[in-house]
Design a protein around this ligand. Structure first.
Ligand SMILES: [Zn+2]
Ligand SMILES: [Zn+2]
Length: 243
């Protein structure tokens, strides 16, 4: 068990290790690569994936022209949500990133998100990138918001302003992975508050996983209520969490 101070030091230690021994393997198949992220082969396969026309849920090609079960009959506040890869392809790496302080994954995740952003949101002039904030209690336990570590790198890579202060999480919620769609929506009501500085901005909201979209939908609603022009959602993966 790491102490509080060890946890706080971890991202800095990790930064140093990354500089000394930069990661040079594909996130998905572990093949040696020259940059961060995934290899050309995995990128080609990734680009063949089909998603719901509105959200980040991956679907079969024949289902790609109609809203998925998560979107059907339910208002979406974001304009469009997209994920890089299915959750099952990255669940171990994400788990280590979130729970085992393996923060060096942030560069690879950011590279993967940058490729996904260029693929789906080409030509959209975002004013700011906003990470999905975690609950204050979880922030205390973990000492860092994993989405924010990734978005800091992503914002630099895409040359978009990084503005984590635009969105705050004001309500604690239990882990949502084993909770049904309707109950998630209830639990998340009023969980986010956005800053007035969001007014008029075209925003890219970034999270690690898109499951039913209830969390990013509620966060998008808060940003629109504060006057944001529009919210696009980008996540590292989508699909049912394994726990
Ligand atoms: Zn690969
Ligand atoms: Zn959908």
């Amino acid at each position: 068990m790491q102490s509080h101070s060890q946890k706080l030091l971890s991202p800095w230690y990790d930064e140093l290790m990354q500089l000394m021994f930069p990661q040079r393997n594909c996130l998905l198949c572990n093949a040696a690569i020259t940059g961060a992220g995934i290899c050309d082969d995995c990128e080609r396969k990734r680009r063949l994936l089909w998603s719901c026309p509105r959200c980040a849920t991956f679907v079969d090609e024949k289902e790609a022209d109609k809203p998925c079960d998560n979107c059907l009959g339910h208002r979406r506040y974001f304009t469009l949500a997209r994920a890089a890869v299915p959750y099952k392809q990255l669940h171990k790496q994400l788990w280590d990133f979130k729970n085992n302080q393996q923060t060096y994954y942030k560069r690879s995740f950011a590279a993967l998100l940058a490729a996904t952003c260029r693929q789906h949101f080409q030509g959209i002039a975002f004013d700011a990138i906003v990470p999905l904030p975690i609950a204050p209690l979880r922030m205390q336990e973990r000492c860092y918001n994993q989405s924010q570590l990734v978005t800091a790198v992503l914002a630099r890579d895409l040359a978009i302003s990084h503005q984590p202060q635009l969105l705050k999480r004001v309500k604690e919620t239990p882990p949502l992975f084993n909770i049904g769609r309707q109950q998630r929506r209830e639990l998340l009501k009023g969980a986010f508050v956005a800053d007035a500085a969001a007014k008029g901005k075209k925003l890219l909201l970034v999270d690690d996983i898109f499951t039913t979209g209830a969390t990013s939908n509620e966060a998008s609603k808060a940003l629109l209520c504060a006057g944001a022009d529009s919210v696009y959602v980008l996540t590292i993966c989508s699909g049912e969490q394994l726990g």
